[in-house]
Design a protein. Structure first.
Length: 459
């Protein structure tokens, strides 16, 4: 029954200092579930619970904790326990922890590592931030091409326990240069006397340690791999990256893009952990920019002040015009930014995108324009709100909606591509930014259409 304990019951056992029951309770728990339980506890109790875990289990659980919880647990531990945990961590997860900590804390933790693990940690931290080198682990299995399968299997039995994964075995030459990667099933299904060079075909995909993380994600998706080797400029095998690291990268990128699309500068930490001042600062920048942009709408309306004074009925449709353009622009920018992030659209496709969005803008604008015109005509059949020239007013609104929606879809689609061409992040063209841009220009389109169509009647 203890294996089915839930959070409140765990808290009761901790309060009662019933450590034997706690230790028994966690025997049937997975490392991920234990990590979640520890994270939900108060900071002073996290280290108490962590010390109860067997050494092997503690290392697995620690890697599932988020960075803040890891740091809190390490601070609450003695140097001996902290050193054991850090030395047992996989190199890539340890690098992820160290790169999030202040320099002084990193230097202190590095001193707790064994000479071998310290050298590994320092070498990984020397790679550029957000590069593949920061995500790789040097724990892999490599063999020579002149070995037999029997020798390969003996080598795996002797050294496989220290490898990050055994799904793929890497073939290297005498200088450590990568020749090929071979799936483990190829060794398991062949006769033991078969040589490695009879199996491999020297056809492989590899990452360079200095490649951006985004490139690694794209390669994993393109080739449907669980693991990819990492080499240096001389093709020497340095380490491997695994799909779980790519999932973390993809989650971080998606979170950053979503925040930018919402008109918020990307947060560097989880929402609940971000200081209030940082939350305000990240949001205030865009709000100020958008506010200044919206002030241009007052300027535009001032330019057409005489037209508004002559035909106040035009003011009734300003929210309709603005929302139609802003919504269409936001839709287009969201679709294009996501398609670019998935690799569905390249810069060279800009003309194809433009043609599709012109067609989409005309169809969508025509649909909304028809609905708007019909609404004005039907309403005027029993109300004189729009005056005797309601047909011209309906035509003005319809033409304006068609133009604004067309302009909105084009702006929303082309702006991300333009930003990418300039070397900037396409997600910067957030939905609020596109909406503000289309709001201002939409008013110009609206009043220009009114001047052309209503001249001599209402105006």
């Amino acid at each position: 029954m203890l294996g089915n304990l839930i959070g409140p019951e765990i808290n009761e056992l901790i309060a009662a200092r019933n450590f034997s029951a706690l230790r028994e309770a966690f025997v049937d728990w997975s490392p991920a579930d234990i990590a979640e339980c520890i994270t939900d506890l108060p900071a002073e109790e996290q280290a108490v619970l962590f010390r109860l875990l067997p050494h092997a289990l503690a290392g697995d659980v620690f890697e599932y904790l988020d960075t803040d919880a890891q740091h809190a647990v390490l601070r609450a531990m003695g140097n001996v326990d902290a050193a054991r945990i850090l030395n047992d961590m996989s190199a890539d997860d340890r690098t992820g922890l160290l790169e999030e900590l202040p320099g002084a804390a990193v230097a202190q933790l590095l001193q707790l590592l064994s000479p071998e693990e310290k050298a590994i940690a320092q070498s990984l931290l020397n790679y550029p931030e957000d590069s593949v080198g920061r995500r790789m682990t040097p724990e892999f299995i490599s063999v020579r091409s002149d070995w037999t399968i029997q020798q390969v299997l003996d080598h795996i039995r002797a050294h496989g326990k220290d490898s990050e994964t055994l799904n793929v075995v890497y073939v290297t030459d005498e200088r450590g240069r990568l020749i090929d990667d071979v799936r483990i099933r190829e060794f398991l299904l062949r006769p033991l006397e078969t040589r490695v060079d009879e199996i491999h075909d020297s056809s492989f995909v590899a990452l360079h340690a200095t490649d951006p993380e985004e490139d690694a994600v794209n390669l994993f998706k393109r080739y449907d791999r669980n693991t990819l080797p990492v080499v240096d400029s001389e093709n020497k095998l340095l380490g491997i990256v695994t799909v779980d690291d790519m999932l973390d990268i993809q989650e971080e990128e998606a979170t950053e893009d979503i925040q930018k699309l919402g008109g918020v500068a990307a947060l560097e930490e989880p929402y609940m952990d971000a200081p209030l001042f940082d939350l305000v600062r990240k949001r205030a920048v865009w709000l100020v920019v958008l506010f200044l942009g919206q002030m241009l709408t007052a300027t535009v309306m001032g330019v057409f002040e005489k037209e508004l004074a002559s035909a106040l009925v035009l003011a009734l449709f300003i929210p309709l015009i603005i929302s139609s353009g802003g919504n269409s622009g936001s839709q287009a920018s969201t679709l294009i930014i996501r398609a670019m992030s998935l690799g569905e659209i390249k810069l060279r496709d800009w003309w194809k995108v433009m043609k599709r969005e012109i067609a989409s803008g005309l169809l969508l604008g025509g649909l909304l324009a028809g609905i708007g015109f019909l609404r004005i005509v039907v309403w005027s059949s029993w109300s004189d709100s729009y005056g005797p020239h309601f047909v011209r007013i309906g035509l003005t609104v319809s033409v304006a909606i068609l133009g604004v929606v067309l302009w909105g879809t084009l702006s929303g689609a082309m702006l991300p591509l333009l930003l990418r061409r300039m070397g900037l992040d396409p997600a910067t063209s957030s939905a609020p930014f596109v909406a503000t841009l289309v709001d201002v220009t939409g008013l110009i389109i609206y009043f220009s259409a009114a001047v052309l169509i209503l001249r001599g009647t209402v105006l």
